[in-house]
Design a protein around this ligand. Structure first.
Ligand code: NAD
Length: 557
């Protein structure tokens, strides 16, 4: 192959254990985590460097990947590696409390921030799509999204069904890197689910990892399986191989009534993310190589059909929401004028959590030892003894989550708890209670780190949906506070032109220096989200700001 991004047969896995390969654990953590992102258990298409989310990559091409690893192995304790859209471009002397890696992915000057322009640069090898945690090296497989999806479905059950999901079912599309978490999160939250996925290998992978219960050969069989489960009072998730647009249309036509409808195909990317109706997978993949532009129109037309079916199901009484893939925008572009008649999941369910500074806190055991995660789970419960919802999640996760790559855990925490948990993990590393350091990170989908008007910042109270000063300030604050690596990306989740967002990762290596950095970063990072929502006028955020002693000059006076 002459494609510098394709290495058929190449397998990358992160080393496990307590032996250092780099100068210190901060550098080692970045070195291991980029490799972990491409572990075949973690990444969707590792031979293409694709981690998840359409074409979200870990490095620009294989030569860049190898050079990132080589540079990290040499990096000094007071040096910082700069990565520009997946390419290692410079090493600078900074200081020991500075980030060891600074990453900028897929950023374009706003007027040029289109898929068309990006794809041209991508083809020339000048850019890479970083998604959110693909290009910032803190993707942990589908588990990363299970908790967020569980929170969303739980909030949905509270809002529409008095907290009772029993006998209710969700219709969705897409079982990819993120979407694959939906069936597990649904059954954890007490719902049954029908998930339509066009690529059978994705369905089979979710069966293998126990995220999905059954595969059906036809819509009839899928509906029969769901009926039987409902009659027997069981929850069940069923995967159906098909085109989501076809199946959603059919369900609406038949008058079948799901209780909840959403979708997680990669609709944000009309070339690589959404199979047009009537096409085979093979045709689609060939066309991606031979004539990518020609896919956009038929893909958007199919998305429009799917959204029309979603609108029909909403009129028939289903709770319908956009699950952050920009499908409403695509359908709107293709002429569905009422595409935004159903809400995005953030204003519908997640914003109250963001106002309190809650978001997806995650950590990874560099030892590779699952026991390290089990010990850390117990520590979180000990530190936060009276949060029943959190304990319930940790218990379910312990029994239902299969680790992928380095063992990891996710749970949503706020500014009062993130730094306490981080400091406690650091102490556990210091005292040898864990077999190697812990890496703490988060999704870019968090309270203070993203501007995305069709998703995280949809319908902000003060109309500031598109203001991206906030994620920029978040990235700068995390850099100043001493996160181990900090990233700033464009286009994650919803595609080019629609979002800007920041990531941070911090390492607990058991030292005093780490403790000082953790105390700053893991408070400041979520607290900046409280600031952002307080500034937009949310009462809950203002109350949280007072509670955590956040200084907001325009409100303190
Ligand atoms: P992915 O590319 O790994 O998976 C998408 C899946 O959709 C693939 O398996 C693909 O085969 C399938 N698909 C494509 N077209 C289809 C069609 N017409 N019918 C049925 N299946 C089809 O992407 P992902 O990581 O799973 O993310 C999915 C979407 O969700 C993305 O747009 C992403 O940005 C968004 N997302 C949302 C959240 C959130 O919190 N709500 C988080 C992350 C990602």
């Amino acid at each position: 192959s002459t494609d510098p991004r394709y290495a058929p047969g190449r397998v990358v896995r992160s080393p496990h254990g307590a032996t250092l390969h780099c100068r210190n654990w901060l550098i080692e953590a970045a070195w291991r985590m980029i490799q972990n992102n491409l572990d075949p258990e973690v990444a969707e298409h590792p031979e293409h460097l694709v981690v998840y989310g359409g074409m979200g990559r870990a490095a620009r091409d294989w030569a860049c990947f190898d050079q990132i690893l080589a540079t990290l192995r040499e990096l000094g304790e007071d040096e910082t590696l700069l990565v520009q859209s997946g390419k290692p471009v410079g090493v600078f002397r900074t200081h020991v409390d500075a980030p060891r890696v600074l990453i900028a992915n897929s950023n374009l000057v706003p007027k040029w921030a289109t898929w068309e322009h990006f794809n041209e640069l991508d083809r020339k090898g000048l850019m890479m799509f970083g998604q959110m945690t693909a290009g910032s090296w803190i993707y942990i497989g589908s588990q990363g999204i299970v908790q967020g999806t569980y929170e969303t479905f739980t909030a949905c059950a509270d809002r529409h069904f008095g907290g009772h999901a029993a006998r209710r079912w969700i219709l969705t599309g897409g079982l990819g890197g993120m979407g694959g978490a939906q069936p597990l999160a649904a059954t954890m939250a007490g719902f049954s689910m029908l998930a339509v996925e066009c690529d059978e290998t994705r369905v089979d992978l979710r069966l293998k990892t126990h995220y999905l219960d059954r595969k059906a050969a036809s819509l009839d069989e899928a509906l029969a399986l769901l009926d039987t489960a409902r009659a027997e009072g069981r929850v069940l998730s069923v995967g159906l191989v098909g085109n989501a647009a076809d199946v959603f249309e059919e369900i609406a036509r038949l008058g079948v009534k799901p209780d909840v409808v959403t979708d997680q195909t990669s609709a944000h990317d009309p070339i690589h993310g959404y199979l047009p109706q009537g096409w085979t997978l093979q045709q689609w993949r060939e066309r991606q190589r031979s004539d990518p532009q020609s896919i956009i129109e038929p893909a958007k037309r199919s998305m429009a059909n799917q959204v029309r079916a979603m609108l029909a199901l909403q009129r028939a009484g289903a709770a319908v929401f956009d699950y952050g893939n920009n499908i409403r925008q695509m359908a709107h572009d293709a002429g569905v004028i009422d595409a935004f008649a159903f809400p995005g999941f953030v204003p519908a369910y997640i914003r109250p959590l963001f106002c309190r500074g809650y978001g997806p806190f995650r950590w990874v055991a560099l030892s590779g030892d699952p026991k390290d995660i089990h010990r850390s789970d117990a520590k979180v419960k000990e530190l936060i003894p009276d949060d029943r919802h959190l304990h319930n999640w940790l218990d379910l996760a312990r029994h239902r989550i299969t680790f992928q790559g380095l063992p990891a855990r996710i749970c949503w925490l706020g500014p009062k708890d993130r730094y306490r948990v981080g400091l406690a993990f650091n102490e556990m590393v210091r005292h040898g209670e864990l077999h190697a350091p812990i890496v703490i990170g988060r999704d870019h989908l968090d309270t203070g780190s993203v501007a995305s008007p069709n998703r995280e910042t949809e319908a902000m109270r003060d109309g500031s949906d598109a203001v991206s000063d906030w994620p920029l300030l978040n990235a700068l604050l995390n850099t100043a506070s001493g996160a181990t690596w900090v990233s700033f990306h464009h286009g994650g989740g919803v595609g080019m032109g629609y979002s800007q967002h920041a990531g941070q990762v911090i390492v607990c290596d058991g030292t005093d220096g780490a403790a000082r950095r953790i105390a700053r970063v893991l408070f400041n990072d979520p607290a900046s989200g409280v600031m952002r929502h307080a500034d937009a006028g949310y009462e809950e955020a203002l109350a949280t700001a007072r509670e955590i002693g956040l200084r907001l000059p325009m409100h303190d006076a």
